[in-house]
Ligand binder design. Structure first.
Ligand code: PMP
Length: 443
């Protein structure tokens, strides 16, 4: 089973892994499979396979319609939407796919200014600035906010874009144990004497960086505790809500709403539009002074072409649907649906005996496989039953913490989720990854 895996494993992060290249050289075309449709509940996965057991390099392609548990399309706006799509098409006709200019030249359209007002209002901050790429929002903004003489205290499992931004800033970096406010406090205490005024300490500035939902762990940030530690040590809070904005909170406003944290206590709110909003780009929201400063100093704002206007229009339209400003209650329904779907799926996986990590309410649920050698087999078994899952290993995660990462969407029907659970259960039995099997029933 393990050797002849060619042609089956679906979408797979971690294909750069030296282990995979070395031991799975026969399956190299199993990874990075193109998707030939929108990232909806069902997707067309293009497979390339060999007819002659790899004797020649000849490949045939075939497209399979698969149930999609891999995309970040949390609210289902990543595909056709009766309110958003016509507006995006209209915007494409009126503007074009590109503004062909940076924000400060001719790349700010009326849609861009509307978007920034809309995002600020939605996340509960006085102002916002948007960028064409989520990754670059972190990696370009952090070096503008802090530099040499500053201290960044970063969660140990923060996203690569944060790590890159922090490294590029020249600030000193300290890492605290993942989602542990007590350890954050210890790190801060080591760096500064408690109660010292901001101006009298060795660091010019301290920024603590956390995420709303951690994309590889599926857990939700302990924001209230983090905020109170930061207040005590007078550190700024930088919150990346890539996976939480639009996905959690009663009205989709992310972790602040979920925990009832005042948004004024989060100094820098970052998020991306590539998940719940089904678009592209990222934002920073905060005080008017902060946003003004970024508009004057951030190279990604000054020198990069602005986010495309149809993409900006998509985000505005999605926010309107979420807030019910389209005249329907579809937004509220979608938010209720993603919560129900996520909690249902997580509970069922746990009942089956899988080692599922993360928190309830989070649509991201990693099934721990641990053994990297098993990830291709697990995904292959799923794909054979038309189920597309993302499996992840080194370098995305430590090599001994390989996992399948399920992303649940509001666009998934309960019926399809139940069928998917059956497939996952079977694949779990075949690969031996049900580490907590249910106790046998007594007769
Ligand atoms: N921050 C986090 C926490 C992410 O998970 C990601 C990517 N998924 C990004 C930033 C980068 O965003 P984008 O993919 O929109 O560029």
């Amino acid at each position: 089973r393990g050797n002849n895996v060619q042609g089956y494993a679906p979408i797979c992060l971690g294909h750069e892994d030296f282990f995979m290249r070395r031991f799975y050289h026969r399956v190299q075309d199993c990874f990075g499979r193109p998707i030939a449709s929108a990232p909806d509940a069902w997707v067309d996965v293009v497979e390339r396979y060999s007819d002659d057991n790899n004797k020649t390099l000849k490949r045939t392609t075939k497209t399979s319609r698969c149930f999609n548990l891999g995309s970040y399309n949390y609210l289902g706006f990543g595909s056709f939407d009766e309110y958003c799509t016509p507006r995006v098409i209209e915007s494409l006709k009126k503007f074009s796919p590109s503004t062909c200019s940076s924000r400060v030249d001719a790349g700010t359209t009326s849609v861009h200014t509307e978007l920034e007002e809309c995002v600020a209002k939605f996340v509960g901050q006085p102002a916002s600035i948007v960028f064409g790429m989520g990754y670059a929002t972190n990696s370009a903004i952090i070096p503008v906010l802090i530099g040499k003489g500053g201290l960044i205290v970063s969660d140990s499992l923060n996203h690569n874009s944060i790590v890159n931004g922090a490294r590029g800033s020249g600030a000193t970096i300290r890492v605290f144990q993942h989602n542990k406010p007590a350890h954050l406090e210890r790190v801060l205490r080591e760096q500064i004497a408690e109660g010292q005024p901001r101006t009298h300490r060795q660091w010019k500035k301290i920024i603590v960086v956390v995420e709303g939902i951690y994309s590889m762990e599926g857990d939700i940030c302990h924001l209230p505790e983090i905020v109170s530690v930061c207040k005590k040590y007078k550190a700024y809070v930088y919150l990346d809500e890539a996976h939480s904005i639009g996905a959690i909170g009663k009205t989709g406003r992310g972790v602040c709403e979920l925990f009832g944290v005042d948004t004024a206590d989060v100094d820098i709110m970052m998020g991306t539009f590539t998940k719940s909003f089904g678009s592209c780009g990222g934002y920073i929201a905060g005080s008017k002074e902060l946003i003004q400063y970024l508009k004057h100093h951030c190279p990604a704002h000054l020198y990069a072409t602005s986010i495309s206007t149809p993409s900006a229009q998509q985000i505005i339209s999605v926010i309107k649907v979420i807030l019910g400003e389209d005249g329907s209650n579809r937004g509220a329904q979608k938010l209720a649906r993603i919560r129900e779907n996520s909690n249902f799926f997580r509970a069922e996986l746990q009942k089956m005996g899988f080692d599922v990590i993360g928190d309830y309410d989070s649509p991201v649920m990693p099934i721990m496989i641990y053994n990297t050698a098993k990830i291709a087999a697990f995904s292959r078994e799923c794909l054979q039953e038309n189920l597309a899952v993302v499996v992840i290993s080194f370098p995305v995660t430590p090599i001994l913490l390989a996992r399948a990462r399920i992303c649940v969407s509001a666009s998934h029907s309960r019926e399809d989720l139940i069928k998917a659970l059956q497939v996952i259960s079977k694949a779990g039995d075949l690969t031996g990854i049900k580490y907590f099997p249910a106790a046998p029933k007594k007769h």
